[in-house]
Design a protein around this ligand. Structure first.
Ligand code: ATP
Length: 235
């Protein structure tokens, strides 16, 4: 479904990604793990069209989307839930959600999609008229995920969805990711919570200093002493 080949991405003269290649098959949850500054956000933002790679290619369902602008990437079935959520805090939950369906592909179905999305997040139906900025952090994260789903994506890019949330909310967010995946949406997940991410992932990639250093099934990665020491609290 998603095929990334030899991406090299720079901020000015500073290279942030080095020959990054990865693939995600239809229906998969793929986790990208790695420490602070490894380049995880850079990778997602490049797939979402926010950053332009200097070289390399990104293909979605066989179509080259490397040069597609961020506001058009949803037309190709890709939606990003950015780090820090980026909600419109002065708009209501409902208004935030409807903004997710601005594309020509999603707009005609937006009332029906809103119903479906509120089935996944019943709390957002209850809070539809509340200003997004007055919700708890976990609820705001749900709005951010729900807004991305309003674009009817085939592939959801999730950047640190559990960051800063209470343990109960972290559980809720991981449950929701599995549910969304069961409904047919593939997921590329960036997480610092490596243990939890690998629990729900079909495969994982380890990114270190802008390079993919390991790829494998979660159990293979979790057996690796280096990975356990670097990313899991119990070593
Ligand atoms: P974090 O989890 O802390 O966000 P990350 O793995 O997502 O880390 P990135 O944010 O992608 O890492 O950063 C990768 C590298 O690119 C880092 O060295 C970072 O300092 C650098 N970088 C990120 N954004 C910019 C920017 N806007 N301008 C210059 N350098 C940047």
């Amino acid at each position: 479904m998603l095929e990334i080949r030899d991406l090299n991405v720079y901020y000015g003269d500073a290279q942030a990604l080095w020959n990054v290649s990865l693939r995600l098959d239809e229906g998969e949850i793929v986790a990208i793990v790695g420490s602070n500054g490894a380049g995880k956000t850079t990778l997602l933002n490049t797939v979402a069209g926010i950053l332009r790679p200097r070289t390399g290619s990104i293909r979605m369902l066989g179509v080259d989307v490397t040069q597609v602008r961020p506001e058009r990437v949803c037309e190709y079935g890709i939606a990003l839930v950015p780090e820090g959520r980026r909600l419109f805090s002065g708009l209501t939950v409902r208004e935030n959600l409807l903004l997710g369906a601005y594309s020509a592909r999603a707009r005609p179905h937006r009332e029906r999609t809103l119903e479906e999305v509120q089935e996944i997040f019943p709390i957002l139906r209850e809070r539809a008229r509340q200003l997004a900025g007055t919700l708890s952090g976990g609820q705001q994260q749900m709005v951010a995920i729900a807004r991305a789903l309003m674009a009817r994506p085939k592939l959801l890019l999730l950047d640190e969805p559990s960051l800063g949330l209470s343990p109960k909310m972290v559980d809720a967010i991981f449950d929701v990711m599995e549910r969304i995946n069961e409904l047919g949406v593939s997921i590329l997940l960036v997480e610092q919570n490596v243990g939890r991410a690998l629990e729900i992932a079909d495969r994982g990639y380890v990114l270190e200093q802008g390079r993919i250093v390991r790829e494998g099934k979660p159990d293979e990665l979790l057996r690796d002493d280096g990975i356990r020491r670097a990313y899991l609290a119990h070593g």
